[in-house]
Design a protein around this ligand. Structure first.
Ligand code: AP5
Length: 219
């Protein structure tokens, strides 16, 4: 099964993708995570992407589509893929069709996380992750059970993203509205889009996604 989680910055794509990975053995393909890893490693892609990401603009279509193809090639044919933050433009949507077809894969669902934009700035600016395992938390909505200790791996170091400040978030939202939201009709025309209320509690969002995927999920 191959699915796209679509929604603006802070909609909960990463949060829900992590849950599907943990519960159903799917693989999360987050172009944001791949780009951040490239920036950290100082690769040529990372050097090109760093300033663009800090401004909240989109990295080139060719770079992100190449990253997705490379990542899919590391997966067994039976492993389900969750595209998180990709595609983000019409060119990327077209590229994904080719990437999947070349690997004998088919897109099953596009799940749109429907959110109230006003809430997103608070969500994003309060977000932090475990520096060791990457588990996501939030100052108000999801604190570690023991203060300062990661629930998943016991790590005690946490980090925040450099692009999670209000000014950059506003640019990221504008990019979403201008370039990403317009790709929805491509998938609506194929009848594979389901809208989920992304403002509901995280567990309710997960349950709604699991209902959509019920027939294909590994329990
Ligand atoms: P990327 O890393 O993809 O960031 P994004 O799309 O802006 O998405 P976020 O990670 O900010 O949000 P999310 O929806 O995953 O929300 P999360 O689950 O963390 O991209 C970063 C940059 O990389 C881009 O700006 C661009 O420069 C570049 N890039 C990446 N992909 C690209 C591409 N394809 N093309 C070109 N450039 C690309 O949730 C947010 C917070 O809210 C968390 O703290 C969470 O705990 C909380 N939360 C989640 N759900 C709920 C809920 N239901 N209720 C309450 N709180 C919730």
């Amino acid at each position: 099964m191959n699915i796209i989680l679509l929604g603006p910055p802070g909609a909960g794509k990463g949060t829900q993708a992590q849950r599907l990975v943990e519960r159903h053995g799917m693989r999360q393909l987050s172009t944001g995570d791949m780009l951040r890893a490239a920036v950290k490693a100082g690769t040529p892609v990372g050097l090109q992407a760093k300033a663009v990401m800090e401004r909240g603009e989109l990295v080139s279509d060719a770079i992100v589509s190449a990253l997705i193809g490379e990542e899919l090639d590391t997966m067994g044919p039976a492993a389900g893929a969750i595209f998180d933050g990709y595609p983000r433009t019409a060119a990327q949507a077209e590229a994904l069709d080719g990437i999947l077809a070349a690997r004998g894969r088919k897109l099953g669902h596009v799940i749109e996380l429907d959110v109230d934009e006003d809430a997103l700035v608070a969500r994003i600016t309060g977000r932090f992750t475990c520096a060791t395992c990457g588990k996501g938390y939030h100052d108000s909505f999801e604190q570690p059970r023991a203060p300062g200790v990661c629930d998943k791996c016991g790590g005690t170091e946490f980090k925040r993203r450099p692009d999670d400040n209000e000014e950059t978030v506003r640019t990221r939202l504008a990019e979403y509205r201008a370039k990403t939201a317009p790709i929805l009709p491509i998938y609506e025309a194929r009848g594979i889009v389901t809208r989920v209320n992304g403002m509901a509690e995280m567990d309710h969002v997960t349950a709604a996604i699991e209902r959509i995927l019920a027939k294909e999920l590994i329990p």
